[in-house]
Design a protein around this ligand. Structure first.
Ligand code: DQA
Length: 146
């Protein structure tokens, strides 16, 4: 059976396409979702793609992934820089997590340079735009094959 991967997106990522396109690019979240499904098909993965502006909803989904998924790709948005709750949920889940950011957070404001998620992530991809999501799925796929 195909490994099930949750691709989770945090606050304001529903606005992609119109939100600061010079920073986040012109692709919408629906475009990114389509790329993820295309990559998943090629890699033999089953992707559940979700977005929420609520921290607690993201925590619930991370817990659900701990029970029902083989791994997580997450772009936590601004919660990256604020959320101990997301960090703790990931640590509790025990499934591999790849943290993705469209922009290069290290080339931006200093408050974006710290991530609560990175220390509990298997890997981090940032600054590569929507391609980062596909690379994260490829990374999880090779981790699962190892
Ligand atoms: C982001 C970077 C965060 O700093 C920001 O708050 C976001 C998007 C990115 O994908 O580049 O909402 O996670």
């Amino acid at each position: 059976m195909a490994h099930r991967i949750f691709v989770l997106n945090g606050p304001n990522l529903n606005l992609l396409g119109t939100r600061e396109p010079s920073v986040y690019g012109a692709k919408t979240l629906a475009d990114i979702e389509a790329s993820c499904h295309e990559a998943a098909k090629r890699l033999g993965l089953a992707v559940a793609f979700r977005q929420s502006n609520q921290e607690g909803v993201l925590v619930d989904w991370i817990q659900e992934a701990g029970r029902d998924a083989a791994g997580i790709v997450i772009n936590p948005g601004a919660y990256t820089h604020t959320s101990v709750a997301l960090r703790d949920a990931i640590a509790a889940g025990g499934k591999p997590v790849i943290e993705v950011h469209l922009s290069n957070i290290y080339a931006r404001e200093p408050f974006r340079h710290h991530s609560y998620v990175s220390p509990v992530a298997a890997g981090v991809i940032c600054g590569l735009g929507a391609t980062g999501y596909v690379l994260a799925l490829e990374a999880l796929s090779s981790m699962m094959a190892a």
